[in-house]
Design a protein. Structure first.
Length: 113
């Protein structure tokens, strides 16, 4: 496991790592409730959305995926302003004030929205 993130109410936890699998945990029952795949490389960063409806995950090869907590669906995103983004993403964070806004920090020493 290389990254973890709690939901805002601390009832759920997501974990990810080199196996490229994102796991959603129920903290009260202490068990995995959903497993998401889709990354081409190890997961390097995870963040719950502002209302805990989704989880944004990033990988060491620049993949950005949004995982629906309720449906289990996975949506692939392009990295902001770069169609051929291939640098490792070190951190992701959703804005607590504006729905759907996230920041991404990369190996290229930049932060993008």
């Amino acid at each position: 496991i290389s990254c973890i993130s709690f939901s805002s109410n601390a009832l759920s936890l997501c974990s990810g790592g080199e196996d490229r699998i994102l796991r959603l945990w129920d903290c009260k029952r202490k068990e995995i409730v959903k497993v998401y795949s889709g990354h081409r490389a190890g997961i390097s960063a995870i963040a719950f959305s502002d209302r805990d409806e989704g989880v944004l995950s990033a990988s060491v090869c620049g993949d950005l995926l949004v995982h629906s907590v309720s449906s289990g669906s996975v949506t692939s995103l392009s990295a902001p302003s770069q169609a051929n983004y291939s640098q490792a993403i070190n951190a992701v964070q959703f804005s607590p004030f504006r729905k759907g806004i996230a920041a991404v920090a990369s190996e290229e020493a930049c932060v993008q929205l």
